[in-house]
Every structure is written in structure tokens, then in C-alpha cells.
Design a protein. Structure first.
Length: 263
């Protein structure tokens, strides 16, 4: 029997008892890091291969098996966090359960923030970030999310975009000074998009000025138009009108939408 199969059965049988001591946590994570990170990478590579082409019946079955195995291996990594959540009255099987639930979980916010900076697999990291995109995290999570964005490699553009998506929910005026350098730095690419949209929720002359300048940056101009429309920016009106003839259809469309909001 493969080591993976033995650990799966042991973990499923003894999960809750396994979580009760610090030594158990350390043992579990040591086994996980030494044995399964490479296997996860191999499984994800195969999963992407299968997802990129038409599947036979056998390939569909293999895709399902890989998905189940990946879900379990990732859950091992987050077992300490899941235990903390349960102690706080939030019972879930994976962090993704929080992302998909309609039930609020205010007692989980602090735990999620504490674990955000830890070295989790990117799939678990994304789940934590998305789980913080709730109103209960407003005024609490932004600093940690921005710190995570700044330390995330630029090649992980999707994860950086997801962080901006959560910031869209959690932003307050106190976050603006940390966000402006992100949106103005073109090296951050498309991952800036949701940060730019988020600025449309904070009325400020400084923000308005930055957003107007971003209309010259085609990469985020659509998001800047959305934000300026939210702000009903009279200052931006003429500049937005000039974009009605922009060569990019999306920018033309967003310019029309923004002008309707501004009136």
C-alpha cells in the first residue's frame, strides 16, 4: 500500500485527536512538507494537462481522482487552521467552504488574517484571501492583504489580482496611501485592476487625481473609468469624453457607462 494511501486512512480515522497537541501539528507538517509538496506539484501538472484537452471517459475519471487527492493533501496543510476555526465555532472541511458559504463567520476573520502570512500552498493561500472578501473583514484585513500582495512574486499575477479583489471589499480611507503606489506602478500589470476599482469607493481629491491620470494607462483605464463613475467625478468628465473614440472597445464602453453615472 502506498504511503499516501496509508496516511489518508490514518488521517481520516484520527483527524481530531491528531490535532490536539503541538507535537502532532509539527509531525504532520514535517511529513507533509517532506513527502507531499512534490506530489502536489506533479498532480497539479497532470490536472492542468487533462483540463487543457478533450477528455476520454478514463481521463475524466483520472481528473476526478486527482481533484479529490489534491483536495485532501491541501486540507492536511491547513489542519491547524481548521482546528482553530472549529474552536472558534466555525466548522468547515476546507477553507474553500468559507469562500462558498452564505453564512457569515466574524469569529474566523482574525484566524484567517493570522494565517495569511504563513507559507501555504498557493491554492490554500488563495482560499484564505478570498475568504477575507467579506464585510466582517472591513477595517481589519486590508493591511495584511496589502503586505501579502507586496511579497507575492509578480509572476503570480492571478493571486495578486485575487488580493485586489478582496481589497475591493475591505478597503477604507486608511488604506488609500498604501494602495496608490500599487496602482501607479505599471510593473504590477493587470493585477492592479481591482485595486483601481476599489479606489472608487473612497471619495478623495487625491484618489480622484490618481484615477484621472490612470486613464492614460490602457491596461487599467477600464477600471479607472469604473472608479471615476462611482465617484461621479466632474473633474474627469472631459477626459472621459475624449475616450469615447478610443481604439479599444472596452475602454469606449466603460467611458459611456462612466458618463451616464456622472451626468
Amino acid at each position: 500500500m502506498r504511503l499516501w494511501t496509508r496516511l489518508v486512512r490514518h488521517f481520516q480515522k484520527h483527524y481530531r485527536n491528531f490535532l490536539k497537541t503541538e507535537l502532532s501539528f509539527k509531525s504532520l507538517f514535517r511529513v507533509y512538507n517532506n513527502t507531499y509538496m512534490n506530489e502536489i506539484e506533479e498532480l497539479e501538472k497532470r490536472f492542468r494537462e487533462l483540463a487543457s484537452k478533450l477528455k476520454t471517459i478514463e481521463e475524466v475519471a483520472e481528473t476526478n481522482r486527482i481533484g479529490e487527492k489534491l483536495s485532501f493533501l491541501r486540507s492536511i496543510e491547513t489542519s491547524e487552521m481548521l482546528f482553530e476555526l472549529e474552536q472558534a465555532g466555525v466548522k468547515v472541511n476546507t477553507i474553500w467552504d468559507l469562500v462558498h458559504t452564505r453564512v457569515s463567520y466574524p469569529t474566523a476573520i482574525g484566524i484567517l488574517i493570522n494565517h495569511l502570512s504563513k507559507n501555504y500552498h498557493i491554492g490554500n493561500k488563495e482560499a484564505i484571501i478570498r475568504a477575507l472578501a467579506v464585510k466582517e473583514a472591513i477595517g481589519k484585513a486590508s493591511s495584511a492583504l496589502i503586505a501579502e500582495y507586496l511579497k507575492t512574486p509578480k509572476k503570480e499575477e492571478n493571486l495578486r489580482w485575487v488580493i485586489g479583489n478582496s481589497i475591493f471589499v475591505t478597503i477604507t480611507k486608511d488604506d488609500v496611501d498604501s494602495i496608490l503606489p500599487i496602482v501607479q506602478d505599471r510593473i504590477n500589470g493587470m493585477s492592479r485592476g481591482r485595486f483601481v476599482c476599489a479606489l472608487g469607493k473612497v471619495k478623495s481629491e487625491k484618489v480622484e487625481g490618481v484615477l484621472i491620470n490612470l486613464l492614460d494607462d490602457d491596461e487599467v483605464a477600464p477600471q479607472a473609468l469604473d472608479a471615476l463613475g462611482r465617484l461621479k467625478s466632474q473633474r474627469a468628465k472631459e477626459k472621459i469624453r475624449s475616450l469615447l473614440d478610443h481604439p479599444q472597445p472596452l475602454i469606449r464602453t466603460e467611458a459611456k457607462k462612466a458618463l451616464k453615472k456622472i451626468k
